[in-house]
Design a binder for this molecule. Structure first.
Ligand code: GDP
Ligand code: MG
Length: 177
């Protein structure tokens, strides 16, 4: 997961947003450290983690910001979004409400973040298929209409987490190159 001595060609700031308990911190733990915890505590204070990876022979340091108990509407401050070039907008496929709130999060992103920010919509907890409350087809349509990337992930099973980050990072990389 990255070599501290390597030279860094790019640093990309990514923010994770979405309702509380959708799995943002566990998605981050999976991507940054390949860890998962079933009894993850609510994050306190803004935190970020990093992971350095190689894209097209360049080393890219992803600086990944996690909200921390600020998931109430409008509680995330503009400092959080400042300088972000990518956003992971997360809902829980078993909780309809977390998807119904996505337009609010989008509105927040579009008012606080850089206009050209790359956004991926993530339906997390895909391992809980028997409790699914949000049909994939509905979200596909929504994502297409809004011009967002979209993937369903499971932080628990490590499904599509790597792909979700790589989708965003590669898109950003292509934009700056
Ligand atoms: P956050 O508030 O959005 O940061 O959510 P957390 O990452 O703290 O996760 C909230 C709860 O959902 C925790 O109990 C996690 O273990 C659980 N969780 C997170 N991701 C998954 C997943 O992919 N599958 C399942 N089954 N549980 C998950
Ligand atoms: Mg959290």
């Amino acid at each position: 997961y990255g070599d501290a001595s390597q030279k860094i060609d790019y640093v990309f700031k990514l923010v994770l947003i979405g309702d509380s308990a959708v799995g943002k911190s566990q998605i981050l733990a999976r991507f940054a450290r390949n860890e998962f915890s079933l009894d993850s505590k609510a994050t306190i204070g803004v935190e970020f983690q990093t992971r350095t990876l190689v894209i097209d022979h360049k080393s890219v340091k992803a600086q990944l910001w996690d909200t921390a108990g600020q998931e109430r509407y409008r509680a995330v401050t503009s400092a959080y979004y400042r300088g972000a070039v990518g956003a992971m907008l997360v809902y829980d496929i078993t909780k309809r409400q977390t998807f119904d709130h996505i337009p609010r999060w989008l509105e927040e992103l579009r008012s606080h973040a850089n206009k050209n920010i790359v956004i991926i919509l993530i339906g997390n907890k895909s391992d809980l298929e028997d409790q699914r409350a949000v049909p994939t087809e509905d979200v596909n349509e929504f994502a297409q209409k809004e011009g967002l990337f979209f993937l369903e992930t499971s932080a628990l099973q490590a499904t599509n987490v790597e792909s979700a980050f790589m989708t965003v990072l590669t898109e950003i990389f292509n934009i700056v190159n």
